[in-house]
Design a protein. Structure first.
Ligand SMILES: Cc1ncc(COP(=O)(O)O)c(C=O)c1O
Length: 398
């Protein structure tokens, strides 16, 4: 039976990683893979993680299962981190949380929950959105539609078009929003725009599904959660998928959670029984290690302070690189305005060149990015910035 399966096309990012590895040119630059890098090109283990890991390992007395909702202390600490201490949804006991295998696991749990409640739910995603949102959300059978989001002419958000589309949705439509550091565009909603959106969600009875995968890497830990905090305070139902992969550097430990804010503690308890059933049917129990580390960091004032310092350093490096890149590009490509890159947030931006130019950058200059020209800003460093800007200039000239 299995011999009927035909080979699938290679995943574009994995394909790009293979090409990069095989390239022997010492000048090669990897702006494709979406992981944070330091100035030496490493994806470091944070010091707060190393410290907490020792404590966790020293204390661990069993490898027995953690239970389908995962580490309760981690779930609670993450609810406070995302929503802020004393958030009204926490104070009124309207938040229910389940640990998940990374942000991807949380996104799938949320989508499966919507399907359980209303199988015909349509989930609306931004144009463009992170490529993996599509299979994660539609893989459980939900229909996906799109709303306008990125404006290549300005490097910002097509806010009026976005609102226009959302205004036309039927009540109980789900809308997937990026809390901050929009992947792949780097174009985020302003606080004023979040407030305007809130009115639309209230008026149209829409269900927000907010993906927060970069808290702390955009503007600040609280600032990057502004929209989540506002929506969870003001709306009866919100689902929030959280990833600790980037801001805690825990990628391979598969650490994340799903928070669901509902109308009442009783509704929340019922929702949690469904989330447990869904988790049991997919992977049963989440892994422990990453969540135990995050719980330890957030519970220990020294660990928390160290994490804030480390996430601030990552953010400052990315913001600094954005400004340096704009300066270098202004020098090498004076006829084109790349200023939007400095106004955007997080690890990603679209360079705004076409597929042929992306290929030329790869084949002639050993610079790797996805075909849509998404660049991972953290892949740049003092040694390759100028080289990269000159490569872009040459490709634009041809
Ligand atoms: C927008 C977005 N959401 C969620 C995730 C989930 O990441 P993970 O499953 O590794 O925690 C990512 C990772 O790249 C992302 O970019």
């Amino acid at each position: 039976m299995l011999e009927r399966l035909e080979r699938l096309p290679i995943d574009p990012i994995l394909g790009l990683m293979g090409l990069f590895r095989a390239d022997t040119d010492p000048r090669k630059v990897d702006l494709g893979v979406g992981v944070y890098r330091d100035d030496q090109g490493h994806t470091p283990i944070l010091s707060c993680v190393r410290r907490a890991e020792q404590t966790v390992l020293g204390r661990q007395a069993t490898k027995s299962y953690v239970g389908p909702t995962g580490n309760i202390g981690f779930n609670q600490a993450m609810a406070r981190l995302v929503l802020g201490e004393g958030h009204p949804a926490l104070a009124s006991d309207r938040v229910r949380s389940i640990q998940a295998p990374g942000g991807c696991g949380a996104l799938r749990l949320g989508a499966e929950l919507f399907r359980s409640a209303q199988p015909e739910t349509v989930v609306h995603v931004s144009t463009p959105t992170w490529a993996n949102h599509i299979p994660l959300v539609s893989g459980c059978g939900l229909k996906l539609e799109r709303y306008p989001y990125y404006d290549p002419a300005t490097g910002g958000v097509k806010f009026d078009a976005m609102v226009g589309t959302l205004e036309g949705l039927s009540p109980r439509s789900a809308v997937l929003l990026h809390a901050s550091c929009h992947n792949p565009t780097g174009a985020d909603l302003s606080e004023g725009q979040w407030r305007e959106l809130l009115d639309v969600f209230k008026r149209r009875s829409l269900l927000p599904f907010i993906d927060i995968a970069y808290q702390g890497l955009g503007t600040g830990v609280a600032e990057d959660a502004f929209g989540v905090r506002l929506f969870c305070a003001e709306l009866p139902e919100v689902a929030v998928a959280v990833s600790c992969s980037k801001n805690f550097g825990l990628y391979r430990e598969r650490t994340g959670c799903l928070h669901v804010i509902s109308e009442s503690p009783t509704a929340g308890d019922a929702i949690l029984t469904h989330l447990v059933r869904i988790a049991r049917s997919i992977y049963s129990m989440p892994p422990d290690h990453g969540a135990a580390i995050v719980q330890e960091i957030l519970a220990d004032p020294t660990g928390r302070e160290q994490w804030i310092d480390e996430v601030t350093a990552m953010r400052k490096r990315i913001t600094g690189l954005r400004h340096q890149l704009v300066k270098q590009l202004a020098r090498s490509c004076p006829h084109r305005d790349f200023g939007f890159i400095a106004a955007q947030r997080g690890m990603f931006s679209f360079l705004g060149v076409d597929t042929a130019q992306v290929r030329a950058l790869r084949e002639q200059h050993h610079v790797y990015m996805t075909d849509d020209s998404r660049i991972n800003i953290a892949g740049l460093c003092a040694d390759n910035l100028e080289y990269f800007a000159q490569a872009v200039a040459q490709v634009l000239r041809n």
